[in-house]
Design a protein. Structure first.
Length: 454
């Protein structure tokens, strides 16, 4: 039987170029292959990857018989030259069925007809900056990157790579030194010594298995004393159940945030607090729409509004955004019984970049942080406690370069933060790659709720 199955796969594999069919699924997606059996109830298709699938007819929207190339030519001939919407749908179809060259040709045709067609531009790798479309190549060159062996690298790094250097904790080192560093050796006054010898010579002491400075250890001990006296719950009262908009005043200006509180929270039961920061020109409701189904009433949520749709730069009063976020936390603590060791922060897009900043600077307040389609905003003024971070990005996100998320991971890891990093390879390069989805929100919440300030 196995030999027969193998022969069938091999036989049909030779015929795919000429005898392929396209099955369009009702709830989205397409299957390309050769229909080998069809009944009143279902269709059996041998896919281009050699997998045999049986698809119920109730799930099938339509069947297009013939090879994808033949169907493409027929569809294209039926579309008027200036029908951008139909051309775009055909381009997406081509990409789904593996006709990448034809899809690219259609996207290029679309932007000739409609130069500001965002989805087509994104599909071709263009980036919108200051109101102008620039190619990925142009953008990378402006950022100081050059192509080296098929990959984009910083111009100043090329000579190092050619000379055989490798990066270790952000620094370029020779391969010989890299191997020694991997074995735990350190360079001190031109000589290689053990890690213990190195840190002792620097005046460090060992604390719970790690080398720390005397100054840091003193601060740590003081913090531990304060922690023993710190209350576990805010014991706030007066907050109501449901979803509503709350206003507070910051330097004479009213600022708003949306509260989503379960019934148990209004009854005074203690629970975690989740602060959600929206992206540029987005809104709190967008964050609640995606997070409510995964949080499922396990936390009280507060989602602040950014002035002018942008954190820190949306309006002159945006310079008080840090104070605004901290006052939102204080208001929630005053009106609900918040678990003080389980206050979380998560942000999307620009809100993700802002989450990086707040999480680094206020690790003593936020138990854990989530960055969704965002990245590093610069590692400055870190708190003593290093908050754990979850980072999610799609490789072809059209709005946030994947390098920003990678840099965030690198900076956080180098500075002692726990980081869970999820980079989704590939993508469509369209706006959809920048949108929140069930997977990232679920993973983010699962990561957050497992952490608390000890």
């Amino acid at each position: 039987m196995r030999k027969v199955g193998f022969c069938l796969v091999a036989l049909f594999g030779l015929c795919f170029a000429l005898l392929a069919d396209v099955v369009n699924i009702a709830d989205g997606g397409r299957v390309v292959g050769k229909i080998i059996r069809e009944t009143e109830d279902d269709v059996t298709i041998l896919t281009v990857k050699g997998v045999i699938l049986r698809i119920p007819k109730e799930r099938i929207e339509s069947i297009e018989r013939g090879s994808p190339e033949e169907i493409y030519k027929k569809r294209l001939a039926e579309i008027p030259e200036d029908d951008v919407d139909s051309l775009y749908q055909l381009a997406l179809w081509c990409r789904d069925v593996g006709l990448k060259k034809q899809a690219e040709q259609l996207f290029k045709k679309i932007i000739k007809i409609s130069p500001d067609h965002r989805e087509a531009r994104w599909a071709l790798g263009y980036i919108l900056r200051d109101g102008k479309w620039i190619s990925e190549e142009q953008w990378r060159k402006e950022q100081g990157f050059v192509k080296y062996k098929g990959e984009w690298v910083r111009k100043e790094d090329v000579e190092k790579i050619k000379a055989g250097y490798v990066k270790y904790q952000g620094e370029w080192v020779s391969k010989e030194d890299y191997e020694k560093l991997r074995r735990g050796l350190r360079k001190l006054n031109g000589k290689w010594v053990t890690e213990d010898e190195y840190w002792k010579a620097k005046g460090y002491v060992k604390y719970k298995g790690k080398w720390v400075s005397e100054k840091w250890l003193q601060k740590r001990k003081q913090a531990e004393k304060k922690k023993k006296r710190r209350p576990k719950f805010s014991k706030g009262r007066g907050g109501r159940a449901g979803t509503y908009t709350q206003k507070i005043e910051i330097h004479g200006k009213e600022r708003e945030f949306v509260v989503n509180a379960p019934k148990w929270a209004a009854a005074g039961r203690p629970g975690p607090l989740l602060i959600l920061l929206h992206g540029t020109n987005s809104r709190p409701q967008y964050m609640l729409y995606h997070f409510n189904p995964v949080v499922r009433g396990q936390a009280i949520i507060a989602a602040p509004w950014a002035l002018g749709g942008k954190w820190l730069v949306g309006a002159p009063e945006s310079k008080y955004d840090d104070e605004f976020i901290l006052k939102v936390v204080e208001w929630m603590k005053k009106h609900y019984n918040i678990m003080l060791n389980r206050i979380y922060l998560a942000g999307h897009s620009r809100g993700g970049f802002y989450t990086f900043r707040l999480g680094v600077q206020h690790g003593d307040l936020f138990a854990a942080c989530g960055i969704l389609m965002g990245g590093s905003s610069g590692y400055t003024d870190p708190s003593e406690r290093k908050a754990p971070f979850y980072i999610y990005i799609k490789e072809r996100d059209p709005s946030v370069p994947v390098e920003s998320a990678r840099r965030a991971k690198q900076e956080l890891t180098q500075n002692g933060h726990e980081v869970k990093y999820h980079e989704v390879p590939g993508g469509t390069g369209t706006a959809q790659d920048h949108e929140l989805n069930r997977e990232c929100c679920q993973e983010c919440w699962e990561f957050l709720r497992k952490h608390s300030i000890k």
